[in-house]
Design a protein around this ligand. Structure first.
Ligand code: UGA
Ligand code: MN
Length: 255
């Protein structure tokens, strides 16, 4: 009999992470890589919001110690404004890469996609939960929407509504960190993308999800959506008030 490779049966988890240059970028990516490295069969799709791949992220990816695809696409300047959704072009670049790659691979290709912003906090248990996604799975997210958590409300194993304190009128009142999609669904809905036109902050998730699923179809994870396994943490802006205007140190250090 062929040797049993338990890992070979596991669906690959594809994590699409938009990221942009700022003082905390390398620290954020380091935390993320330290988590992702502990997850079996995880493929990291890092998409820089930039006109070219940066040296900092390229070096980081080379030493990250996990399978990585490094992409880049700049956000058009007109969309870099407060009040507009972030990372639309970067998530779409990740989706395009995923679809392109799988066109050339024979089925079945068991896989799960999720959108992993670079500043959130992810428990390892979250990956066990999302790994069994059949179409689209959902779970609670901590520290979001002006509350300790938001969550899908589940009755008899089905999502019937949303516990949220913010824009409860959203068709899918869920943060980007609160769902995963099977690769099959991504491939069978080749036109599903994040849209700039008419998109408002907080509506990107709903605008995307309504292209691929319905509320009735959602698969609740994390014990019927009663456990928080991911937190929408946000990193404080660093104080660089004492940073000299001109280079003063005798060495050049990447931070
Ligand atoms: C919330 C949601 O959690 C995000 O998924 C959503 O994209 C965002 O709102 C939005 O307004 O569009 P928030 O913490 O406010 O998140 O956003 P950030 O964490 O600042 O940005 C989300 C992701 O986009 C991060 O991975 C960040 O690195 C990236 N980003 C942000 C860029 O690639 N370019 C930017 O100019 C800003
Ligand atoms: Mn964030």
């Amino acid at each position: 009999p062929p040797p049993r490779r338990p890992e070979a049966a596991l669906p690959t988890i594809y994590a699409i992470t938009p990221t942009y240059s700022r003082p905390v970028q390398k620290a954020e990516l380091t935390r993320l890589a330290n988590t992702f490295r502990q997850v079996a069969r995880l493929h990291w799709i890092l998409v820089e919001d930039a006109a070219a791949r940066s040296e900092l992220v390229s070096r980081f990816v080379a030493g990250a110690g996990l399978p990585c695809t490094h992409l880049h696409v700049p956000t058009p300047r007109r969309y870099k404004r407060p009040g507009l959704p972030r990372a639309t072009e970067q998530r779409n670049a990740g989706l395009a890469w995923l679809r392109q790659r799988h066109q050339h691979l024979p089925p079945p290709q068991p896989g799960v996609l999720f959108f992993a912003d670079d500043d959130n906090t992810y428990s390892l248990e979250l990956f066990q939960e999302m790994r069994t996604t059949r179409k689209v799975s959902v779970w609670p997210v901590g520290l979001v929407g002006g509350r300790r958590y938001e969550r899908p409300v589940v009755e008899n194993g089905k999502v019937v509504g949303w516990y949220t304190g913010w824009r409860a009128d959203r068709p899918f009142a869920i943060d980007m960190a609160g769902f995963a999609v099977s690769l099959q669904v991504i491939l069978s809905h080749p036109k599903a993308v994040f849209k700039r036109r008419g998109s408002q902050p907080g509506m990107q998730e709903s605008d995307f999800l309504k292209q691929i699923t319905t509320v009735e179809e959602l698969e609740p994870k994390a014990n019927n959506c009663t456990k928080v396994l991911v937190w929408h943490t946000r990193t404080e802006k660093v104080n660089l008030a004492n940073e000299p205007k001109y280079h003063l140190d005798t060495v050049n250090i990447e931070v």
